[in-house]
Design a protein around this ligand. Sequence first.
Ligand code: C5P
Length: 225
Amino acid sequence: MAKLCVALDTDYEKAINLVEELKEYPLIFKVGYKLFIPYGREVVETIKRISPKAELFLDLKLHDIPNTVRNGVRGASQLGVDYLTLHTLGGKEMIETAAGVKGNTNVLGVTLLTSHDGGYLEEIGVSLPKEEFILRLAKIGLEGGCDGLVCSAHEVEFLKERLGDFLAVVPGIRPAGFSKGDQKRVATPREAVERGADILVVGRPIVEAPNPKEVVEQILEEISK
Ligand code: C5P
């Protein structure tokens, strides 16, 4: 069954309250720059203490020379983080070097950010169609040793068809009736799972809901059918 990941893009207090409120559910909590840069180890350890069953996803999208990224991956692994992102644009050597020290941490490759479009590719001198570029980056990621890839619900089917199965982590999820926010292309939890998503990343529809528990239950129920 697919898993649900709650993106804690909130301030510290709100994040900790949400973890407390949602600790009874089988969830993954995603921590990004907003919490990790100011609170680092403290926020990771606090979440694990409050919700020992939950998995932890550190979304730092690492991209640097191989040795530097290896240091980052080793540090995340030592912190006991279950998932960590890096940019496949960093290349195969960077990914291979990083994957060598990942321990129990699943390394997830990010391809082209959804904020980038064809105009960006032209700007950096890439003449490949966007889809082919994403496919090439995804291949570099998996060949380099990534356990999975972050991709949109609209790419996941195509990527699995071309590359075989991998752990597909899919953001841009909106349960029926929720606002799209700044996400341009969204899918419902059910649609995403039908297309091959293994982990659904959901932020605002849960963290900004008047009753986050209700939304979590609704999504878990929808993806368990
Ligand atoms: O609030 P929302 O559900 O849009 O949050 C989605 C989460 O997934 C955010 O933490 C965002 O940074 C992340 N994400 C994304 N699109 C990507 C990669 C990551 O929305 N392509």
